[in-house]
Design a protein around this ligand. Sequence first.
Ligand code: FES
Ligand SMILES: [Fe+2]
Length: 374
Amino acid sequence: MSVALHELVNNIAAVCAGQNQSLPAACYHRDDFLGLEIEAVLSPGWHCLGREDEIASEGDFFTAAVLNEPVIVVRGSNAGIQVLSNVCRHRAAPVASGSGNASAFRCPYHAWTYNIDGSLRGAPLVPKHKLKECRLPAIRSECWGGFVFATLDDTVAPLHESLFELNAQIANYNMAQMHHVVCFEETWDCNWKSLVENFMDGYHLSVVHPQTLRPLTPTRLCEPMISGPAFTGYIANYAKSAPRRKNHSQTLTDAEKRQSKLFCIYPSMVASVSPDTLVYLALQPDGTSAVKVKWGLSVVEPDLPPSEKISRIEKWQAINAEDHALLSSLNRGLQSKLYHGGALAPANLEGTVSDFHNYLTGRLSGYLSASALT
Ligand code: FES
Ligand SMILES: [Fe+2]
């Protein structure tokens, strides 16, 4: 018989408080645990949707989702970015699909047409007085570091306020000035937390990535960077034999020219920034055993030759494929009745995993306590 949900949360809170342990398997495969995560962790969170310069010109847009809420991310006439509901106010068809440039969004069902600020331009054959104040609702959004974030929660603190200390650690990389090259949308067959933990774990680098990362950022050179209520991060130092990168940002310190900094903005975004390249993965759970991933790559150089772009993309495709293959194999192990969680490696290697678990259990415990009081 499975333990009650609140008991499971109490157990993991006790484990996280006392020692560095991985989470029990139940946290990765129970539907009720994911339901609680959606309520307590994901719904109140800020979620990365992509890069600002994916939509550089007025009318540029791409479609996305904030959890299960379909949205359009669009650059408006005042050069600002808005995140609009992608659900027609008539009978709920999506008014936009894919990405592109639009002067208006015309619903494919009955041709209601919306301006790019979300206001209704026209609804064929429907009297105007029936459509007063009809528009696509705007969802709360914020740009930070060149990323577009959105949240479904109007009460959470502004994102940039909670990232102040993280910003101080990575400001020299000038992420906001980097240039979007490409993004991909994929589904990985693992629990969303497994992907966060994996990306933030320097312990696996030399083992899972013997050709792609070990020669550059071997496990033994990883060190902690920073953690806070809304983020965690670590530094992957470059091996002495790793080639020096030429086109790095002018603001980097000598140490930063030989480091990648990896960070997680809770709950669902992980990224790696290096002197010449930024890679991010934005996650949305799709059940307990699958996660939708939008991952993208930006570069420092505005006019990088196509061959070099392809080389950086292929390198990260190879890294992600190695991680994806490994994470797929975890799903089965996490169903095992004999697995109850194990010891984590020291802080320079898996401290970020503990940070994530502490964040998670803090949110879950807080939510359950608040629910018990109401
Ligand atoms: S559902 Fe959009 S116009 Fe009818
Ligand atoms: Fe990896």
